[in-house]
Structure formats: C-alpha cells, structure tokens
Design a protein around this ligand. Structure first.
Ligand SMILES: NC(=O)c1ccc[n+]([C@@H]2O[C@H](COP(=O)([O-])OP(=O)(O)OC[C@H]3O[C@@H](n4cnc5c(N)ncnc54)[C@H](O)[C@@H]3O)[C@@H](O)[C@H]2O)c1
Length: 282
C-alpha cells in the first residue's frame, strides 16, 4: 500500500517472536522501515531472520523481558543508540495462560493470586515500563507513535478468557488514554489496537470442544477467527502519518464481533442449584 509512510522509520516491536507482533514486524520491514524486534524468548533471533527476508530495511533482535524495568530501559537505549531515534513503538507483548472463568480453576474464588499477578505483571506492568521509556525518548525528540495491543476482552466482560486477562486489558486501555493526554503536546500519539480472537500461540480455538469453537465462530459476523496478518493494516495506519490526528483511540479489529450487542448468557454454566433470587428463572 503506497499510501502508508513508514519507510525509513525506526520501529520497535515487543512480543515480536510470534503471532501478531511478528506479523507487524514483517509488515513494517516490507514497507522499508528499520525494525527492532524484542521478545522474552530467544526465538526472536530466528524471527528476525524471517523479517529480514521480508524487507529492505535493517532488522535487529533483542531478548528483553518487559517485566524487568532495567531491561526495558536498556532495550530502548540500545535501539535509539543504534538507530539515532525511535519513531514507532508497537507495545504488544502479552500473555494469558490462565483458565477462563468457564474452565476448572478459573472461578474468582479458585484463581491463585500468583496466576493473577503473572498476567498483570506482563500485560500491565510490562506495558507501563515500555511506555515510560518510549515516552522518555519520544518526548525529547518531539515526535513518535506508540501503538499498544489491547484486546476486545478489555472493552467488555468476556467469559471465555481469564479474569486477569480481561482486567489487564481494560487497564491497558486506561493507560493508553491517559498517556495520550500527556504526550499530545509533544507531538507523540498513543493509540490502542483491540483485536478480537486471532489464531496465535495464545489465541485461537486451542483445545476447546468442537461445539465451543463453532459457537465462538458464530459470534463473529465475518465467521472466521482472525489471522495475525488481519491486524497489520490497522497497525501500520496508526504508525504512519496517515493517522496524524488520531490519538487516545481504541481501534477494534475483530471481524465485526464487537458490533453484536451481547454474548448470549447460554455460554455461561447453568444457574447453580439453590442459587438466590439473582439467578436466572426466579
Ligand atoms: N490472539 C488473540 O486472540 C489476541 C486478541 C487480542 C489481543 N491479543 C494481544 O496480542 C498481543 C500478542 O499476542 P499474540 O496473540 O500474538 O500471542 P503470541 O503468544 O503469539 O505472542 C506474544 C509474544 O509475546 C512474548 N512475550 C510474552 N511475555 C513476554 C515478556 N515478559 N517480555 C517480552 N515478550 C513477552 C511471547 O514470547 C510471544 O512471542 C498480546 O498483547 C495479546 O494479549 C491477542
């Protein structure tokens, strides 16, 4: 798409070893950007090889755990030292890996605090560290675009994923909006992308029963799960000057799923026996 203008931009992508982050890194490279991939997994080096093959700009890879503030500071300093500036940051690293509230162990009174903390640590605290250091550089240079991967699960209740995932992504949206207010006067834009269900290591049908998979597809008007490449067009738009008056927004990319007003309550377990007057049917 020649209307997008991120060629020669310096781009950082966290969570770039796989899934959505990897697809974004590839798409940026294909547009001629200089791309720095970061991930907690050392498979990021192999991923960078694939990104190099997809583009013409220079590509580097960095092992970095976003939950470690010192490591994030070093990452951002290394990127700016190597490339002279930081134009675009896709802050995308995230995990789930905790039972949903429909799965054994996922109920509020069963969920271990450690599981809650682990997801909040990566999805929220990790984003905070990245945002803090990217903002430091971009404020100074008086320009930049930060694109955060939130989720439609942060925009409403979603029984098919876990408590900490939903809570962390809702908080991510608040953080993005708040940062957009502060950074606007420095010429720095901050937006959230909110993907719906995308087939990746943490998203997709997984080991769910066939009927649950079919029901999930039925909740998407476009009748299919997303693919990582479905997210890249919106990601590049938010990165480029084509979105120069867009900041503080939450941009849904979900095959139309959020346009449906509600998920039927029949996806939830039946009312518990002897439940009080708030349960269905009383
Ligand atoms: N797949 C979906 O359905 C979906 C939907 C909405 C939002 N998202 C969000 O998209 C983002 C990317 O997820 P994905 O679906 O591509 O999954 P993914 O597992 O394929 O990619 C996530 C990447 O983040 C990395 N990562 C995890 N913890 C990290 C840490 N502490 N430091 C640095 N990197 C870390 C992983 O190693 C992995 O490479 C996440 O923020 C996720 O919450 C995914």
């Amino acid at each position: 798409m020649d209307t997008l203008r991120i060629d020669r931009r310096v781009v950082l992508v966290t969570g770039a070893a796989s899934g959505i982050g990897h697809a974004i890194a590839r798409a940026c490279a294909a547009e001629g950007a200089t791309v720095h991939l970061a991930d907690v997994s050392d498979s990021v080096h192999e991923a960078a090889g694939k990104v190099t093959a997809a583009g013409s700009g220079s590509v580097t890879s960095h092992v970095c755990d976003v939950t470690d503030p010192d490591a994030v500071r070093t990452l951002v300093d290394d990127v700016t030292a190597a490339s002279g500036r930081l134009d675009v940051a896709f802050l995308n690293a995230g995990i789930n890996g905790v039972p949903s509230l429909l799965q054994p162990g996922g109920a509020i009174d069963e969920l271990p605090f450690a599981a809650w903390r682990r997801v909040m640590d990566v999805n929220l605290d990790g984003l905070f560290h990245c945002l803090q250091h990217c903002a430091r550089v971009m404020k100074e240079q008086r320009s930049g675009s930060i694109v955060v991967t939130a989720s439609t699960a942060g925009l409403r209740a979603e029984p098919r994923v876990s408590y900490p995932y939903v809570a962390s992504k809702a908080a991510v949206v608040g953080l993005v909006r708040q940062a957009s207010l502060e950074l606007a006067r420095f010429g720095v834009r901050v937006n959230a992308l909110a993907p719906g269900p995308v087939v990746t290591n943490i998203g997709g049908p997984g080991p769910r029963p066939e009927a649950a998979v079919a029901a999930w597809e039925d909740s998407i008007p476009m009748r299919r799960w997303g693919r990582p490449d479905d997210i890249t067009g919106a990601a590049l738009l938010l990165a480029s000057d084509d979105s120069s008056w867009m900041t503080g927004g939450v941009h849904v990319v979900d095959g139309g799923a959020s346009a449906l007003t509600q998920i039927p309550s029949t996806v939830l377990p039946a009312p518990a026996p002897d439940a009080g007057s708030t349960a269905a049917g009383r």
